[in-house]
Design a protein around this ligand. Structure first.
Ligand SMILES: [Zn+2]
Length: 92
């Protein structure tokens, strides 16, 4: 979930679904600092990776659509939206 460039580290947005996705966080001297950076920016940790606030708001606007198109329900925290999970199960 990190990228390294010139000994600088940055957290990559795991989702990359929003048109204005940040794609990666700030560049820091270590992975730990890069992770602190995204925490300060209120990025969301899904369990598999971080996604940026732009992608998070994209989810909030288009949650069911996004899940259907990209199968992203697996990356969302368990029990985050049980009603939607049930809805998706019945579609399959
Ligand atoms: Zn993003």
């Amino acid at each position: 979930m990190f990228v390294e460039r010139n000994n600088q580290f940055s957290v990559v947005c795991y989702a990359r679904v929003a048109d204005n996705c940040s794609e990666n966080g700030g560049w820091c001297d270590s992975e730990e600092e890069a992770q602190d950076w995204v925490e300060d920016e209120c990025w969301i940790f899904s369990g598999e990776g971080w996604f940026c606030i732009e992608c998070n708001s994209h989810y909030m606007r288009n949650l069911s659509q996004t899940r259907r198109d990209k199968g992203l329900n697996s990356m969302l925290p368990n029990g985050w939206d049980d009603d939607l999970e049930v809805g998706i199960e019945t579609v399959r």
